[in-house]
Design a protein around this ligand. Structure first.
Ligand code: 13P
Length: 349
């Protein structure tokens, strides 16, 4: 069992590809649809997810796709399960299994992620359906006096219990502790908080005997707050991110797949590229692959182009592929801004 899990984890992060998060819950997906002027119906969500999984060539850049409960049960227009379309494209299906971040009692402004009750049974069902990995997101807000020790402990323990249940069920856990970008804090505050969070998470994973070789960590990059007047350079973000991970993530972990967290697609690609250049450079090589597991930073342009209209599917798929391909290039340190602007390079992608 463990060797199969380790092999899946290595495939997800180890072949120069990354992950596509398309696991927005219905409320989150509806929020994005509303912002783009798309009807918020089950059929619109199904059609959009079909557009994504049938994007030509997606499997060149994407190793795994994270689905939502509704999506894993849906079919394309010809009656084929979307999960099977992913497999045909050489993409491993995964599933989001948390039930969302809920207010943490007695701790205003903080949340704890719920979903452990009944999780064993749900994991078994998803594994039987063909999912090979899972995702759980804990959310950590920064601010005056935040995060509290209570928030760190509650989220770290939930992530570790989820990870143990996944491995028991034969699924690779993606462990996602997200330090939010909201706020006016500087990059040093994010660095310190992310270090504290990661230490707490790995302590709990150890306590629950989770096999690190079959874990993928999905962290935030180390970034200044969105409202911070000093928006660090791409190079500073990359250096602080690699410094943070090198200090806190055991070498045994199979790989690291960043979330995008609300960064623009171009900035996320540029930062991922710089991270990989630093991580590969000289004596500073990191022990794990550093890939992506983006949702918004891959999907956003495509969603706006599609706009719910059938005749825009091809253009939306091109935009989706373009962002996936930019991140694929970033894993090799080959991403350049010219990929965004040169029609020839865009076509080549
Ligand atoms: P973003 O890349 O949009 O942050 O989403 C990643 C994700 O999976 C959130 O749980």
């Amino acid at each position: 069992m463990t060797s199969a899990l380790v092999a899946t984890a290595r495939t997800l992060v180890g072949e120069g590809r990354g992950l596509l998060a398309m696991d927005e819950s219905n409320p989150t997906c509806n929020k994005r649809f509303a912002a783009a002027g798309i009807p918020q119906t089950e059929e619109a969500r199904r059609a959009y997810r079909e557009l994504i999984v049938t994007t030509p060539g997606l499997g060149r850049c994407i190793s795994g796709a994270i689905l939502y409960d509704e999506t894993i049960r849906q079919r394309d227009g010809t009656g084929v399960l979307l999960l099977d379309r992913l497999l045909e494209a050489g993409i491993i299906p995964g599933i989001k299994v948390d039930r969302g971040a809920k207010p943490l009692a007695l701790h205003p402004g903080e949340t704890v992620t719920e979903g452990l009750d009944g999780l064993r049974e749900r994991l078994t069902e998803y594994a039987d359906m063909g999912a090979r990995f899972a995702k759980w997101r804990g959310v950590i807000a920064l601010g005056e006096g935040l995060p509290t020790r209570s928030c760190l402990a509650a989220n770290a323990q939930a992530l570790a219990r989820y990870a143990a249940l996944c491995q028991e069920a034969g699924l690779v856990p993606i462990v996602e502790p997200e330090v939010l970008m909201n706020g006016d804090h500087g990059i040093a505050t994010c660095l310190a908080a992310t270090e504290t969070v990661l230490r707490a998470v790995f302590q709990e994973l150890d306590r629950q005997d989770v096999v690190l070789e079959a874990v993928i960590l999905k962290p935030n990059m180390v970034l200044p707050g969105l409202d911070c007047p000093d928006q660090s350079t791409v190079r500073d973000v990359a250096e602080e991110t690699v410094r943070c991970l090198s200090r806190c993530v055991p070498a045994a972990v199979a790989g690291i797949a960043f979330l995008s967290g609300g960064q623009s697609g171009e900035l996320a690609s540029a930062r991922l590229d710089a991270i990989n250049l630093i991580a590969r450079g000289g004596g500073g090589r990191t022990p794990w692959p550093l890939v992506f597991s983006f949702a918004r930073a891959i999907q956003h342009p495509a969603l706006n182009i599609w706009h719910g209209e059938d005749d825009q599917i091809g253009s939306a798929q091109q935009a989706l592929y373009h962002r996936a391909n930019c991140n694929h290039a970033a894993l090799r340190g080959d991403y350049t801004h010219a990929m965004e602007t040169s029609p020839a390079l865009r076509r080549a992608s």
